[in-house]
Design a protein around this ligand. Structure first.
Ligand code: PLP
Length: 389
Protein backbone atom coordinates (compact mmCIF):
# COMPACT_ATOMS: atom_id res chain seq x y z
CA UNK A 1 0.00 0.00 0.00
CA UNK A 2 1.28 3.45 -0.83
CA UNK A 3 0.42 5.69 2.08
CA UNK A 4 0.62 9.46 1.95
CA UNK A 5 4.01 10.92 2.80
CA UNK A 6 2.51 12.93 5.65
CA UNK A 7 2.12 9.67 7.58
CA UNK A 8 5.91 9.53 7.90
CA UNK A 9 5.79 12.69 9.98
CA UNK A 10 3.23 11.55 12.49
CA UNK A 11 4.56 10.26 15.83
CA UNK A 12 2.70 8.40 18.55
CA UNK A 13 2.14 8.01 22.27
CA UNK A 14 3.94 4.89 23.48
CA UNK A 15 1.91 4.56 26.70
CA UNK A 16 -0.67 2.55 24.75
CA UNK A 17 2.05 0.26 23.32
CA UNK A 18 3.57 -0.47 26.72
CA UNK A 19 0.08 -1.14 28.08
CA UNK A 20 -0.47 -3.70 25.29
CA UNK A 21 2.87 -5.40 26.11
CA UNK A 22 2.00 -5.49 29.80
CA UNK A 23 -1.40 -7.00 29.04
CA UNK A 24 0.25 -9.68 26.89
CA UNK A 25 2.49 -10.61 29.85
CA UNK A 26 -0.57 -10.70 32.12
CA UNK A 27 -2.25 -13.07 29.67
CA UNK A 28 0.75 -15.41 30.25
CA UNK A 29 0.07 -15.30 33.99
CA UNK A 30 2.59 -12.60 35.02
CA UNK A 31 1.56 -10.03 37.60
CA UNK A 32 2.29 -6.45 36.48
CA UNK A 33 2.07 -3.15 38.37
CA UNK A 34 0.73 -0.57 35.94
CA UNK A 35 2.47 2.80 36.19
CA UNK A 36 2.49 3.49 32.46
CA UNK A 37 -0.91 4.94 31.65
CA UNK A 38 -1.85 8.53 32.47
CA UNK A 39 -5.35 8.11 33.75
CA UNK A 40 -6.85 8.41 37.22
CA UNK A 41 -7.56 4.99 38.71
CA UNK A 42 -10.70 6.37 40.40
CA UNK A 43 -14.18 5.88 38.99
CA UNK A 44 -16.07 8.92 37.73
CA UNK A 45 -17.96 10.46 40.71
CA UNK A 46 -21.47 9.03 41.13
CA UNK A 47 -23.45 12.22 40.52
CA UNK A 48 -21.67 12.70 37.17
CA UNK A 49 -22.44 9.12 36.12
CA UNK A 50 -26.09 9.63 37.12
CA UNK A 51 -26.28 12.80 35.01
CA UNK A 52 -24.90 10.84 32.03
CA UNK A 53 -27.44 8.02 32.52
CA UNK A 54 -30.31 10.49 32.88
CA UNK A 55 -29.18 12.23 29.71
CA UNK A 56 -29.27 8.93 27.81
CA UNK A 57 -32.75 8.21 29.19
CA UNK A 58 -33.89 11.70 28.20
CA UNK A 59 -32.93 11.40 24.56
CA UNK A 60 -29.39 12.86 24.49
CA UNK A 61 -28.54 10.21 21.94
CA UNK A 62 -28.43 12.42 18.86
CA UNK A 63 -25.95 14.75 17.17
CA UNK A 64 -25.46 18.07 18.90
CA UNK A 65 -24.08 21.43 17.74
CA UNK A 66 -20.46 21.11 16.61
CA UNK A 67 -18.99 23.63 19.10
CA UNK A 68 -20.85 21.95 21.98
CA UNK A 69 -24.18 22.13 23.83
CA UNK A 70 -24.94 25.74 24.84
CA UNK A 71 -25.42 24.77 28.51
CA UNK A 72 -21.95 23.17 28.60
CA UNK A 73 -20.24 26.07 26.82
CA UNK A 74 -21.85 28.39 29.37
CA UNK A 75 -20.77 26.21 32.31
CA UNK A 76 -17.20 26.09 30.95
CA UNK A 77 -17.11 29.87 30.49
CA UNK A 78 -18.43 30.37 34.05
CA UNK A 79 -15.88 27.93 35.45
CA UNK A 80 -13.04 29.57 33.53
CA UNK A 81 -14.01 33.00 34.85
CA UNK A 82 -13.93 31.63 38.40
CA UNK A 83 -10.78 29.54 38.11
CA UNK A 84 -8.69 31.80 35.87
CA UNK A 85 -10.19 35.19 36.62
CA UNK A 86 -10.55 35.97 32.90
CA UNK A 87 -13.65 37.17 31.10
CA UNK A 88 -14.65 34.18 28.99
CA UNK A 89 -17.57 34.28 26.58
CA UNK A 90 -19.33 30.95 25.84
CA UNK A 91 -18.83 31.73 22.13
CA UNK A 92 -15.06 31.32 22.66
CA UNK A 93 -15.52 27.72 23.85
CA UNK A 94 -15.29 24.70 21.54
CA UNK A 95 -16.10 21.28 23.03
CA UNK A 96 -14.46 18.19 21.52
CA UNK A 97 -14.29 14.40 22.15
CA UNK A 98 -11.35 14.60 24.59
CA UNK A 99 -8.93 17.53 24.71
CA UNK A 100 -6.58 15.95 22.16
CA UNK A 101 -8.60 17.19 19.15
CA UNK A 102 -8.10 20.76 20.39
CA UNK A 103 -4.35 20.17 20.17
CA UNK A 104 -4.75 18.73 16.68
CA UNK A 105 -7.05 21.48 15.39
CA UNK A 106 -5.17 24.42 16.87
CA UNK A 107 -1.85 23.18 15.50
CA UNK A 108 -3.39 22.45 12.09
CA UNK A 109 -5.06 25.86 12.05
CA UNK A 110 -1.92 27.84 12.97
CA UNK A 111 1.14 25.85 11.95
CA UNK A 112 2.43 25.26 8.42
CA UNK A 113 5.73 24.95 6.55
CA UNK A 114 7.98 27.92 7.29
CA UNK A 115 6.45 28.42 10.75
CA UNK A 116 8.18 27.52 14.02
CA UNK A 117 6.40 26.11 17.06
CA UNK A 118 8.07 26.05 20.47
CA UNK A 119 7.05 23.17 22.72
CA UNK A 120 8.18 21.69 26.05
CA UNK A 121 10.70 18.85 25.87
CA UNK A 122 10.45 16.48 27.71
CA UNK A 123 6.76 16.94 26.96
CA UNK A 124 3.53 15.33 25.85
CA UNK A 125 4.64 13.50 22.66
CA UNK A 126 1.61 14.54 20.62
CA UNK A 127 2.79 18.20 20.50
CA UNK A 128 5.93 17.41 18.51
CA UNK A 129 4.10 14.79 16.46
CA UNK A 130 1.36 17.22 15.42
CA UNK A 131 3.77 20.05 14.67
CA UNK A 132 5.76 17.76 12.35
CA UNK A 133 2.53 16.57 10.73
CA UNK A 134 1.56 20.19 10.00
CA UNK A 135 4.87 20.72 8.19
CA UNK A 136 6.00 23.38 10.67
CA UNK A 137 9.34 23.19 12.48
CA UNK A 138 9.20 22.01 16.10
CA UNK A 139 11.58 23.96 18.37
CA UNK A 140 12.13 22.28 21.74
CA UNK A 141 12.02 24.30 24.94
CA UNK A 142 14.16 22.17 27.25
CA UNK A 143 12.93 21.54 30.78
CA UNK A 144 15.90 21.24 33.09
CA UNK A 145 16.19 18.76 35.90
CA UNK A 146 18.44 21.14 37.86
CA UNK A 147 15.65 23.74 37.76
CA UNK A 148 13.01 21.23 38.92
CA UNK A 149 12.02 20.77 35.24
CA UNK A 150 11.35 24.44 34.63
CA UNK A 151 12.65 26.07 31.43
CA UNK A 152 15.44 28.63 31.17
CA UNK A 153 13.49 31.69 30.04
CA UNK A 154 16.56 33.49 28.60
CA UNK A 155 16.93 30.48 26.39
CA UNK A 156 13.23 30.66 25.46
CA UNK A 157 13.62 34.35 24.53
CA UNK A 158 16.48 33.42 22.18
CA UNK A 159 14.38 30.71 20.55
CA UNK A 160 11.59 33.10 19.56
CA UNK A 161 12.20 34.25 15.97
CA UNK A 162 10.01 36.16 13.50
CA UNK A 163 8.91 32.71 12.27
CA UNK A 164 7.55 31.62 15.66
CA UNK A 165 3.77 31.52 15.56
CA UNK A 166 2.94 29.30 18.51
CA UNK A 167 4.40 28.53 21.94
CA UNK A 168 2.98 25.48 23.66
CA UNK A 169 2.93 25.52 27.46
CA UNK A 170 1.80 22.68 29.69
CA UNK A 171 1.41 23.37 33.37
CA UNK A 172 1.17 21.18 35.44
CA UNK A 173 3.40 19.28 33.05
CA UNK A 174 3.28 15.76 31.67
CA UNK A 175 5.73 13.97 32.13
CA UNK A 176 7.79 16.18 34.49
CA UNK A 177 5.15 17.23 37.05
CA UNK A 178 6.47 20.82 37.07
CA UNK A 179 4.20 23.87 37.44
CA UNK A 180 5.11 27.24 35.91
CA UNK A 181 5.23 30.00 38.52
CA UNK A 182 3.36 33.30 38.29
CA UNK A 183 6.66 35.10 37.61
CA UNK A 184 7.62 32.68 34.87
CA UNK A 185 4.24 33.13 33.18
CA UNK A 186 4.59 36.89 33.48
CA UNK A 187 7.99 36.75 31.76
CA UNK A 188 6.63 34.52 28.98
CA UNK A 189 3.62 36.84 28.58
CA UNK A 190 6.06 39.74 28.09
CA UNK A 191 7.89 37.81 25.37
CA UNK A 192 4.61 37.03 23.57
CA UNK A 193 3.41 40.65 23.74
CA UNK A 194 6.61 41.82 22.04
CA UNK A 195 5.79 40.00 18.79
CA UNK A 196 2.75 40.35 16.54
CA UNK A 197 0.98 37.18 15.43
CA UNK A 198 2.47 35.00 18.14
CA UNK A 199 0.09 32.76 20.12
CA UNK A 200 0.20 30.45 23.11
CA UNK A 201 -1.51 27.09 23.43
CA UNK A 202 -1.76 26.64 27.16
CA UNK A 203 -2.47 23.02 28.03
CA UNK A 204 -4.07 23.24 31.47
CA UNK A 205 -5.58 19.76 31.60
CA UNK A 206 -3.90 19.02 34.96
CA UNK A 207 -4.80 22.38 36.56
CA UNK A 208 -6.86 20.77 39.33
CA UNK A 209 -4.08 18.40 40.40
CA UNK A 210 -1.75 20.81 42.19
CA UNK A 211 0.16 20.19 45.40
CA UNK A 212 1.12 23.73 46.37
CA UNK A 213 -0.23 27.16 45.50
CA UNK A 214 -2.91 28.07 42.97
CA UNK A 215 -3.37 27.57 39.28
CA UNK A 216 -2.31 30.50 37.09
CA UNK A 217 -3.20 30.75 33.43
CA UNK A 218 -1.10 32.82 31.06
CA UNK A 219 -4.41 33.98 29.53
CA UNK A 220 -4.97 36.12 32.64
CA UNK A 221 -1.96 38.40 31.99
CA UNK A 222 -2.61 41.75 30.29
CA UNK A 223 -3.04 41.39 26.55
CA UNK A 224 -2.74 37.62 26.61
CA UNK A 225 -6.43 36.62 26.46
CA UNK A 226 -6.42 37.47 22.73
CA UNK A 227 -3.25 35.44 22.19
CA UNK A 228 -4.05 32.31 24.17
CA UNK A 229 -5.81 29.07 23.36
CA UNK A 230 -6.54 27.29 26.62
CA UNK A 231 -6.77 23.51 26.34
CA UNK A 232 -8.60 21.76 29.15
CA UNK A 233 -10.99 18.90 29.71
CA UNK A 234 -12.68 16.43 32.01
CA UNK A 235 -10.41 13.36 31.69
CA UNK A 236 -8.02 14.08 34.54
CA UNK A 237 -9.91 16.40 36.94
CA UNK A 238 -13.05 14.28 37.12
CA UNK A 239 -11.66 10.84 36.23
CA UNK A 240 -13.61 10.87 32.94
CA UNK A 241 -11.05 9.59 30.39
CA UNK A 242 -13.54 7.19 28.78
CA UNK A 243 -16.28 9.82 28.38
CA UNK A 244 -14.01 11.58 25.84
CA UNK A 245 -14.65 15.20 26.59
CA UNK A 246 -12.39 18.22 26.40
CA UNK A 247 -12.50 21.81 25.26
CA UNK A 248 -10.62 24.80 24.03
CA UNK A 249 -11.13 28.45 25.01
CA UNK A 250 -9.75 30.63 22.25
CA UNK A 251 -9.79 34.05 20.62
CA UNK A 252 -13.09 34.51 18.82
CA UNK A 253 -11.33 34.81 15.46
CA UNK A 254 -9.98 31.26 15.69
CA UNK A 255 -13.30 29.61 16.63
CA UNK A 256 -14.74 29.19 13.09
CA UNK A 257 -11.52 27.53 11.91
CA UNK A 258 -11.43 25.08 14.79
CA UNK A 259 -15.16 24.38 14.34
CA UNK A 260 -14.60 23.70 10.63
CA UNK A 261 -11.89 21.16 11.47
CA UNK A 262 -14.31 19.56 13.95
CA UNK A 263 -17.12 19.40 11.34
CA UNK A 264 -14.70 17.72 8.97
CA UNK A 265 -13.60 15.12 11.48
CA UNK A 266 -15.86 14.38 14.47
CA UNK A 267 -19.08 16.42 13.90
CA UNK A 268 -19.56 16.86 17.66
CA UNK A 269 -18.77 15.35 21.07
CA UNK A 270 -21.21 12.80 22.53
CA UNK A 271 -24.18 14.75 23.86
CA UNK A 272 -24.77 12.57 26.95
CA UNK A 273 -21.09 13.05 27.90
CA UNK A 274 -21.65 16.79 27.62
CA UNK A 275 -24.65 16.65 29.95
CA UNK A 276 -22.53 14.70 32.45
CA UNK A 277 -19.83 17.36 32.13
CA UNK A 278 -22.30 20.11 33.09
CA UNK A 279 -22.97 18.13 36.29
CA UNK A 280 -19.20 17.82 36.84
CA UNK A 281 -18.66 21.58 36.69
CA UNK A 282 -21.82 22.69 38.48
CA UNK A 283 -22.04 19.92 41.09
CA UNK A 284 -20.08 19.26 44.30
CA UNK A 285 -16.30 19.35 43.91
CA UNK A 286 -15.46 17.36 47.04
CA UNK A 287 -14.69 14.06 45.26
CA UNK A 288 -12.30 15.83 42.89
CA UNK A 289 -10.58 17.40 45.88
CA UNK A 290 -10.41 14.00 47.62
CA UNK A 291 -8.74 12.50 44.53
CA UNK A 292 -6.11 15.26 44.55
CA UNK A 293 -5.51 14.71 48.29
CA UNK A 294 -4.94 11.01 47.61
CA UNK A 295 -2.57 11.86 44.72
CA UNK A 296 -0.62 14.07 47.14
CA UNK A 297 0.00 11.11 49.47
CA UNK A 298 1.05 8.89 46.59
CA UNK A 299 3.41 11.58 45.35
CA UNK A 300 5.21 11.51 48.72
CA UNK A 301 5.40 7.75 48.62
CA UNK A 302 6.72 7.47 45.07
CA UNK A 303 9.19 10.38 45.21
CA UNK A 304 10.72 9.18 48.50
CA UNK A 305 10.70 5.59 47.28
CA UNK A 306 12.44 6.40 44.00
CA UNK A 307 15.10 8.47 45.78
CA UNK A 308 15.94 5.47 47.98
CA UNK A 309 16.91 3.40 44.89
CA UNK A 310 20.66 3.52 44.08
CA UNK A 311 21.46 5.52 40.94
CA UNK A 312 18.05 7.26 40.86
CA UNK A 313 17.36 10.99 41.42
CA UNK A 314 13.84 12.39 41.56
CA UNK A 315 12.88 16.07 41.73
CA UNK A 316 9.65 16.80 43.59
CA UNK A 317 6.56 16.68 41.33
CA UNK A 318 4.55 19.91 41.82
CA UNK A 319 1.37 18.86 40.02
CA UNK A 320 -0.26 16.20 37.79
CA UNK A 321 0.37 12.55 38.75
CA UNK A 322 3.74 11.70 37.25
CA UNK A 323 7.22 11.18 38.69
CA UNK A 324 10.09 11.66 36.25
CA UNK A 325 13.25 10.29 37.86
CA UNK A 326 16.73 10.46 36.38
CA UNK A 327 17.99 6.86 36.02
CA UNK A 328 21.40 7.50 34.40
CA UNK A 329 23.16 6.26 37.54
CA UNK A 330 21.74 2.77 36.96
CA UNK A 331 23.85 2.42 33.80
CA UNK A 332 20.82 1.69 31.63
CA UNK A 333 19.34 3.78 28.84
CA UNK A 334 15.73 4.87 29.29
CA UNK A 335 14.52 2.26 26.84
CA UNK A 336 16.53 -0.53 28.49
CA UNK A 337 15.10 0.52 31.84
CA UNK A 338 11.54 0.46 30.42
CA UNK A 339 11.97 -2.97 28.82
CA UNK A 340 13.79 -4.59 31.73
CA UNK A 341 11.56 -3.10 34.44
CA UNK A 342 8.60 -4.71 32.67
CA UNK A 343 10.22 -8.05 31.88
CA UNK A 344 12.31 -8.53 35.05
CA UNK A 345 10.45 -6.55 37.74
CA UNK A 346 6.87 -6.66 36.43
CA UNK A 347 6.60 -2.86 36.57
CA UNK A 348 5.17 -1.09 33.51
CA UNK A 349 6.60 2.43 33.13
CA UNK A 350 7.66 4.60 30.20
CA UNK A 351 11.03 5.52 28.77
CA UNK A 352 11.69 9.26 29.09
CA UNK A 353 12.86 9.23 25.48
CA UNK A 354 9.21 8.78 24.46
CA UNK A 355 8.72 12.39 25.60
CA UNK A 356 11.37 13.90 23.34
CA UNK A 357 15.14 13.96 22.93
CA UNK A 358 15.71 15.60 26.33
CA UNK A 359 13.89 12.74 28.05
CA UNK A 360 16.80 10.34 27.55
CA UNK A 361 18.22 9.36 30.93
CA UNK A 362 14.77 9.51 32.57
CA UNK A 363 11.66 7.36 32.95
CA UNK A 364 8.06 8.31 33.70
CA UNK A 365 5.96 6.64 36.35
CA UNK A 366 2.28 7.49 36.66
CA UNK A 367 1.20 7.33 40.29
CA UNK A 368 -2.46 6.99 39.41
CA UNK A 369 -2.40 3.66 41.21
CA UNK A 370 -3.02 2.53 44.79
CA UNK A 371 -0.50 3.17 47.57
CA UNK A 372 -0.14 -0.61 47.98
CA UNK A 373 0.77 -0.99 44.31
CA UNK A 374 3.19 1.95 44.45
CA UNK A 375 4.95 0.34 47.43
CA UNK A 376 5.10 -2.94 45.55
CA UNK A 377 6.53 -1.22 42.44
CA UNK A 378 9.21 0.61 44.44
CA UNK A 379 10.19 -2.58 46.21
CA UNK A 380 10.47 -4.47 42.92
CA UNK A 381 12.39 -1.65 41.19
CA UNK A 382 14.79 -1.41 44.11
CA UNK A 383 15.60 -5.16 43.92
CA UNK A 384 15.83 -5.01 40.13
CA UNK A 385 18.23 -2.03 40.04
CA UNK A 386 20.43 -3.58 42.76
CA UNK A 387 20.56 -6.83 40.76
CA UNK A 388 21.74 -4.93 37.67
CA UNK A 389 24.55 -3.11 39.49
N1 PLP B 1 -2.70 17.10 27.44
C1 PLP B 1 -1.88 16.39 28.20
C2 PLP B 1 -0.63 17.01 28.71
C3 PLP B 1 -2.18 15.06 28.49
O1 PLP B 1 -1.35 14.35 29.27
C4 PLP B 1 -3.35 14.48 27.95
C5 PLP B 1 -3.67 13.06 28.18
O2 PLP B 1 -2.89 12.25 28.56
C6 PLP B 1 -4.18 15.29 27.16
C7 PLP B 1 -3.82 16.60 26.93
C8 PLP B 1 -5.41 14.76 26.47
O3 PLP B 1 -6.41 14.31 27.28
P1 PLP B 1 -7.83 13.85 26.74
O4 PLP B 1 -7.82 13.78 25.26
O5 PLP B 1 -8.11 12.54 27.39
O6 PLP B 1 -8.80 14.89 27.21
Amino acid sequence: MTVADRMNHLGTETAFEVLAKARALEAQGKEIVHLEIGEPDFDTPRHIVEAGINALRNGFTHYGPTPGLPELREAIARNSREVRGISTDPAQVVVTPGAKPIMFYVILALAEPGVEVIYPNPGFPIYESMVRFSGATPVPMRLLEEKGYHPNLDDLARKITPKTRLIILNSPENPCGSVLTRQELETIAGLVRRQKDLYVMSDEIYKDILYTGEHHSIAAFPGLADRTIILDGFSKSYAMTGWRLGYGIMPQELVPHVVRLAVNSVSCAATFSQRAAVAALDGPQDEMQAMTAEFAQRRRLIADGLRSIPGVRCPEPEGAFYAFPNIEGTGMTSRQFEDRALAEAGVALLSGAAFGQYGEGYVRLSYANSQANIRKAIDRLDKFVRSVN
